[in-house]
Design a binder for this molecule. Sequence first.
Ligand code: FES
Length: 162
Amino acid sequence: MLSDSLLKKFDQLIARYPLKRSAMVPLLLYAQDEVGHVSEEVIAEVARRVEVRPIEVVEVIGYYSMLHRHPVGKYNVQVCTNISCMLRGADEVFEHCCKKLGIKNKQTTPDGLFSLEEVECLGACCGAPAMQINYDFYENLTPEKFDALIEELKKKEPRSKM
Ligand code: FES
């Protein structure tokens, strides 16, 4: 069940666009923030509101790496391994991320804190290798920088989750 405040936000966003379907991605992002992922219920509701078939919403979700069909960790780590990042060591960095977190591509740590995903270009090529965690970008990534960041995020968590 989506909250009343989210449904109100849906109405406001849709009203901003000449074509209702243009509001699809913002609606999906706000819904994902509330639900934790883009559930079947979210897909159905967004499709109904922007007047497209649910499969069209599914197709859009498939294009954007920041939209998730399944629950992810509290911190969703997305490491770019596309050409610019690859040329500046992204494959090695990604391998290090797997080791540091103890998980592989598209997996989540047992405590639900971190998910890891190898993604295509994040649009931050000038700072390659680049990574995104939730809505924050990190550039010129090195294994050392990654470790420091992960430790910093762990410190923010209540002791029970560390
Ligand atoms: S190739 Fe990695 S951010 Fe563009």
